[in-house]
Write a protein that binds this ligand. Sequence first.
Ligand code: ADP
Ligand code: GN1
Ligand code: MG
Length: 365
Amino acid sequence: MENIRRIAEQFCTQGKVKELIPFGNGHINDTFRVICEGDSGVEKKYILQRINHEIFKDPAGLMENVRNVTEFLKKKILASGGDPLRETLTVICSKDQKDYVKTEGGSWWRMYLFIDDTFCMEMVEKPEDFYNCAVSFGNFQRLLSDYPAETLCEVIPNFHNTVSRFADFVKAVEADVCGRKKEVEAEIQFILDRKADCHVICDGLESGEIPLRVTHNDTKINNIMLDNETGKAICVIDLDTIMPGSSLYDFGDSIRSGANTGAEDEPDLSRVSCNLELFECYAKGFVEGCGGSLTDREIELLPMGAKIITLEQGIRFLTDYLQGDTYYKIHRAGQNLDRARTQLKMVADMESKWEEMEAIVRKYM
Ligand code: ADP
Ligand code: GN1
Ligand code: MG
């Protein structure tokens, strides 16, 4: 770990680097927790991350987004009497006053304050925790409602463009570079049968039926930190993909990740389903957190948002499997295929519960 330690030492930390360990379960960046010790023995914790520049082609633009958005949020948090060091990320600058360190080898690194005395969930255990996440993600979107969207760098073009995700998938099936297509014919057909669904949000944004907002775009439940003592979701993290988008993306991705009764990569599909109690908790909390800003049409489309984002994620995982696992980190063979199958099982389960899901969201219009 010596070279990573040297990278950590290029940031303006308080005290000397004492400990550095791999941290968290993100699929994209490499994350480390760093503990520094000052002269008086006081410890200060940080998060050090290698930004995946294969995926984020413009890390400097990305960090400009993060810096600007967090400064904007800090002002609002301060104005409402909150703690700006705990309720949003704090970028630690490098010793040469940049928001990142770029090494001679070409890797990009950034550092944040560690949000201490918090936890994040991989799976939801208590409905109340999920409700708290919903309020917080809704609130996050509300706080950014007057953010100047035109100043945001588009870090990954077409990130939630389900139509273009579908087209990329079709190309990956046709190319079949790893010869894996024959194992997944049923999954391919399942996706092809839902081509029309892929258009709903894209078309709605284009026609203006769905408003374009500044959204987080990666509202997986392990991208929010909850306070150990109060259980309140206090800090939305993983701000890499903040871009103009639809509130349906943010709602959908939390349902996809948090209302699943199984793990994202669960090999036993009988454990996978969409828990409607959790769906309702989240819908209630999200509508509340957005503070009345969601239109009736958006609320009506929340089940569709959940279904489309889950389908899109299934498409993305299966595309990566077909292309030889080059995008998402995997820790075992077949993990992306398991991930894809859980998403498609969730979609099928949502379809079987469709009327109930629609009835639930109608209560919050
Ligand atoms: P990735 O893009 O790879 O998902 P994240 O930014 O989500 O990376 O970080 C991965 C994990 O590291 C998170 O799920 C969380 O557990 C932890 N983490 C990230 N930032 C912080 C922070 N500032 N304080 C505490 N933990 C953090
Ligand atoms: C990635 O970075 P992480 O692990 O929070 C991915 C999301 C997916 C998610 C699936 C930039 O999120 O879009 O929904 O994996 N992030 C990127 O678990 O592609
Ligand atoms: Mg993450």
